[in-house]
Design a protein around this ligand. Structure first.
Ligand code: GLN
Length: 449
């Protein structure tokens, strides 16, 4: 329990906040030029804050813990670039809701982390500021788009991190870097202050070295906010232990690397036995439509969201500064929006999303958890980004949760060829998901050599 112990040491004063921050800053100075996880390190701000905390009453759920923040979440005074030259000149003018909550609980923002440009990607290679390196499997990509947040947590630059997940961007890098990551249910965490990729699918969520840290950060950032009308007013529950878990042949069929599925299944069987979970099999008809339904929605909403980057307010016009993938989405979104009076793409995609949502709603009346891989393959070698079609298909396991608006989380499950593999859980409710992730986390701690 890395996070729990650390928090205890900070709260009791056994470790001072200043000392803690200094150690991590030194590690960042030494290793970040190689790993490229942080785009901006808030050295002075973090030290001033740590000193302030050391003088105070040592209270707060996150007291003294440090955070990396994905560069698409507003933090006042820091460069919020979305890893794009488009926003070269932009500094956050306010704090996102999640940042306000973190600060109120004694957390320390260490800086802004690298990502795929505008959160479009699967590998962390499309940042305008160079790729992030996977600290655990250095020849391979760390996953994306929240590449810097995952790598920073994995290497210990910071204790916890924030990412955003539209179709898998928290879960995919968590899996590839061997850490824990969670996409909360839609509306659970305020999106106020997030520069959106696709507003009907985006959620901010936690990345952590262990399930304790993940649940802790979720607990801090979740809840109703007046700034985001989509947030739910329902209180955040304490964790609940699941009783049933499902595997599905529909997801098994989507997994191209069979070694990954075998490992996932093995782990599910072991945990089900150890924790007395009833194991069932469920089939899904529409999940195979998820990738095709996702992209028309993302293209359309991204096109609309990027119209503000017209070069007058924030720096450069996006079309003149962005990479190929970002441009593809803008141009595609423009075409879809023009054709939309015939309801050909966007509305049809929304119908498919609804069919997927209905299917999951039914499933979670029968089971508490659904287990599956996070990605169909191991992370590719750095510099070998596949074609757009193949990259899109890579999110087949993560996208359904975003389309259905439900929560999903990833816990480390083991290694294949020395590369980390994350097991993904879906659940109908966040507190059941966290309970389930905790069970898998415990199992892993007990079975690690
Ligand atoms: N890979 C997906 C995309 O490029 C998901 C990105 C994300 O979740 N931000 O759209």
């Amino acid at each position: 329990m890395v996070t729990q112990e650390l928090l205890e040491n900070l709260k009791t004063g056994k470790l001072s906040c200043v000392e803690h921050v200094r150690t991590q800053l030194a590690l960042i100075k030494k290793e970040n030029p190689r790993i490229n996880a942080f785009l901006y390190v808030a050295e002075k701000e973090a030290l001033v804050r740590a000193l302030e905390l050391d003088k105070g009453s040592r209270k707060g759920k996150l007291f003294g813990l440090t955070l990396g923040v994905k560069a698409n979440i507003n933090v006042q005074g820091m460069p919020i670039s979305c890893a794009s030259r488009t926003l070269d000149a932009y500094k956050g003018t306010y704090n996102a809701d999640v940042i306000e909550r973190i600060i109120a609980e004694g957390g320390i923002v260490l800086g802004m982390t690298n990502m795929d440009e505008f959160a479009c990607g699967i590998s962390g290679e499309t940042s305008a500021f160079g790729p992030t390196i996977n600290p655990v499997a250095p020849k391979r990509v760390p996953g994306g788009s929240s590449s810097g947040s995952a790598a920073a947590v994995a290497v210990g630059f910071c204790d916890l991190a924030l990412g955003s997940d539209t179709g898998g961007s928290i879960r995919n890098p968590a899996s590839h870097c061997g850490i824990v990551g969670m996409k909360p249910s839609y509306g659970r965490v305020s999106r106020y202050g997030l520069i959106d990729l696709s507003m009907s699918l985006d959620q901010i969520g936690p990345l952590a070295p262990d399930t304790f840290g993940c649940a802790l950060l979720f607990d801090v950032i979740a809840g109703r906010s007046e700034n985001d009308p989509m947030t739910l007013s329902e209180p955040v529950h304490v964790q609940q232990l699941p009783k049933t878990i499902a595997l599905s042949p529909a997801f098994e069929a989507l997994c191209t690397d069979k070694k990954i599925y075998r490992l996932i299944k093995e782990k599910v069987l072991a945990v089900a036995k150890e924790k007395h979970l009833k194991l069932v099999e469920l089939d899904f008809r529409y999940v195979t439509l998820a990738v095709q339904a996702y992209y028309p929605i993302v293209y359309t909403e991204f096109f609309s969201g990027t119209r503000k980057f017209d070069g007058r307010r924030y720096g450069r016009r996006i079309e003149e500064a962005c990479n190929e993938e970002v441009l593809r989405r803008i141009l595609g979104g423009r075409i879809i929006s023009c054709a939309e009076h015939e309801g050909r793409y966007y509305r049809k995609a929304l119908r498919a999303a609804r069919a997927i949502r209905d299917e999951f709603e039914k499933a979670f009346k029968i089971v508490d958890l659904l287990a599956m891989p996070t990605t169909p393959e191991l992370p590719h070698l750095l510099g070998k980004l596949p074609s757009p079609e193949a990259a899109y298909a890579y999110d087949a396991f993560t996208i359904p949760a975003n389309l259905a608006g439900i929560c999903a989380g990833v816990v480390p499950c083991g290694l294949i060829d020395k590369v980390p593999v994350g097991l993904q859980l879906y659940a109908g409710r966040d507190h059941t998901l966290l309970g389930g992730m905790g069970m898998f986390g415990q199992h892993l701690n007990n079975t690690m050599p």
